[in-house]
Design a protein around this ligand. Structure first.
Ligand code: ADP
Ligand code: ASP
Ligand code: MG
Length: 412
């Protein structure tokens, strides 16, 4: 079997942990598997490098940022190959530009366009374990790029798709995909399986256990993903076409997510005439900034406010662009609030059940939590709230919608 294994930052945090994962890799080799390993940087390293750049310049040149932050993964890929060789398991690291993981040129959030698999296949044929640093690629002109935070997941799935691997294993610090982040909701339940569609929704709403683009790719190329802990032998969660747990007809809400990585920006008192929203959101999309929740207030005296959320990483840049745009369109100013959280309930059962929204709002109201913005789709409902209430909101919604571990055990 050909397997791509990805190890996240906590799984490669020091030499002892790298040695532990090397043992697992050797055991796969010993049973005859061909193994490609994708590694993240040691935990905290990408943040450390980003902080260094930002301590010099609040808006550091993004090409240079990518050269800088891609080094974290270069370090762990080489170290893992060295450790594997010391265990007499032949291994070679191949960097993103050597594989030729080709991306577009959107520095810090580049998208993979093609993956050349020849070099990897040649080394596998020589009996080696191939170690590829996650998160990094190269554009057509040879510039180093990175794939956005959490991007090593996407590297792993892209390699699995290109190599037609049998399985893509994502090793992390929790036992699998849960009904809510197990680190903030101790009653969360680990799922056996989950469908690509529900995982897409969970990932896009803050379940950072998988980067959303890795799930998009897995769905497109039908790559089965097994999310597991690197600190034990628990079976993990299989992400595949037909996830079963979450889509059972009896289950209305299948998960609660929480995202505190967004900031809320309000453009104040915009002249209320056609074309204003287009100007605002074109300015953001030109800068490759993804916008999430959008709310437009009812206009007063021919003026209106538009509020939206963007990823925290883009917040300062978005704010600067909005200040320029506000001046151009004659709006009165821009307000930014970084202390927000978006809490969401997800589930395909929502489509056919009445009263889900009212229940969510009542649960939040009972806890005295004010809702600042709301957004819905057929299978999710999100509320923007003050970040200090994030954890409380997740826990109470998880209980209110019957997702707690004890409830499930009682029902079975
Ligand atoms: P890695 O460094 O291995 O890539 P991440 O920190 O990116 O790990 O992702 C794992 C984390 O995702 C977990 O520690 C957990 O706190 C968080 N998480 C959020 N939502 C969920 C969820 N629904 N199921 C599992 N983990 C979740
Ligand atoms: N090291 C990168 C990050 O911290 C990529 C990853 O770990 O997936 O975002
Ligand atoms: Mg991650």
């Amino acid at each position: 079997m050909l397997v791509v294994q990805k190890y996240g930052g906590t799984s490669v945090a020091d030499l002892e942990k790298i040695t532990n994962i090397a043992r697992r890799i050797v055991s796969y080799r010993e049973r005859g598997d061909r193994v490609v390993v994708v590694v993240s940087a040691m935990s905290g390293e990408t943040d450390r490098l980003l902080n260094l750049a930002q301590s010099v310049d609040k808006f550091p040149d993004e090409r240079e940022v990518d050269v800088l932050i891609s080094t974290g993964e270069q370090v762990t890929s080489a170290l893992l190959a060295i450790v594997l060789k010391s265990m007499l398991c032949d291994a070679v690291s191949i960097q993103g530009h050597q594989v030729r993981i080709i991306t577009d040129s959107a520095y810090t959030k580049a998208r993979i366009t093609t993956v050349e698999e020849e070099k990897i296949t040649a080394e596998l044929d020589r009996g080696k374990v191939v170690v590829v640093p996650g998160f990094q690629g190269v554009d057509e002109k040879g510039n180093i790029t990175t794939l956005g935070r959490g991007g090593s997941d996407t590297t792993a799935v892209a390699l699995a798709a290109a190599l037609k691997a049998d399985l893509c294993e994502i090793y992390t610090d929790v036992a699998g995909v849960f009904t809510a982040d197990p680190n903030i909701c101790e009653k969360a339940r680990c799922l056996d399986t989950i469908s690509y569609d529900e995982m897409l929704e969970m990932a896009s709403l803050g379940a950072k256990v998988l980067q959303i683009r890795s799930v998009e790719l897995a769905k497109k190329y039908n790559v089965p993903i097994l999310v597991r802990t690197s600190f034990g032998e628990a079976p993990g969660t299989l992400v595949c076409k037909e996830g079963r747990n979450m889509s059972m007809e009896t289950v209305v809400i299948s998960g609660v997510t929480y995202n505190k990585n967004e900031a809320k920006i309000t453009v104040r008192r915009i002249p209320d005439k056609p074309g204003m929203a287009a100007k605002i959101f074109t300015a953001l999309s030109d800068a490759h900034i993804v916008v999430d929740v959008i709310v437009q207030n009812i206009s007063k005296k021919d003026r209106t406010d538009i509020t939206f959320t963007v990823g925290k990483m883009d917040a300062k840049k978005a704010c600067k662009i909005m200040e320029e745009t506000a001046e151009k369109v004659g709006a009165e100013g821009v307000i930014i609030d970084e202390d927000i959280a978006k809490v969401s309930i997800v589930g395909s059962g929502m489509m056919s059940h009445a009263g889900i929204a009212s229940k969510m709002f009542s649960v939040l109201a009972k806890e005295g939590i004010n809702i600042e913005a709301i957004t819905t789709s057929e299978i999710k409902l999100s509320c923007v709230i003050a970040s200090k209430y994030g954890q409380l909101a997740v826990q109470t919604l998880h209980t209110a919608f019957g997702l707690d571990r004890e409830d499930v055990e009682e029902e079975q």
